[in-house]
Design a protein. Structure first.
Length: 159
């Protein structure tokens, strides 16, 4: 099945947050404690959705679809050359969805004259990014809404 990538549309913000939470709960729960998973999965309350809509970091937000159904998401911050997010629903994992999202974000970054992308990978996502050519720059700790989260700094040259 081909994966189609498109930009997030107005009114789809709650869906973005729901897909994110389903991905985290389904694919990262074996790698992190429950309190961290809960902090990572922001409930789509009106206040958080309003903040998300404001998009203070100017994220480019993408959806991945198979047969018209949203199965993944991505976020790219051009100003920081940061691949901020790539999440796939558990039932769509290992079907090329994440790869399609990353490749599209790399294409967008290159089109905006960026020569590299950096990211903070979760422990469970490090092998995925490594398989796509991202190299580890070492382990770090990320603050996930007050919870310490083990992560890996990674980057990739695009040119």
């Amino acid at each position: 099945m081909p994966v189609a990538i498109r930009e997030l549309r107005s009114g789809e913000e709650r869906l973005f947050l729901e897909v994110h939470a389903q991905s985290v709960r389904g694919l990262a729960a074996d790698h992190y404690p429950p309190e961290l998973i809960d902090a990572w999965c922001v409930p789509p309350t009106d206040d958080f959705v309003d903040h998300f809509v404001k998009n203070p970091d100017h994220e480019l937000r993408l959806f991945a679809e198979i047969d018209g159904r949203v199965v993944g998401l991505g976020a790219l911050v051009l100003e920081d050359a940061e691949l901020r997010a790539c999440y796939v629903l558990p039932e769509a994992a290992r079907r090329g969805v994440g790869t399609a999202l990353v490749r599209e974000m790399e294409r967008l970054a290159a089109a905006h004259h960026l020569d590299h992308l950096a990211l903070l990978a979760s422990i469970n996502a490090e092998p995925f990014y490594a398989a796509l050519g991202y190299r580890s720059e070492g382990c770090t700790e990320h603050n996930m809404r007050g919870q310490p989260m083990a992560a890996v700094k990674m980057s990739k040259r695009l040119r």
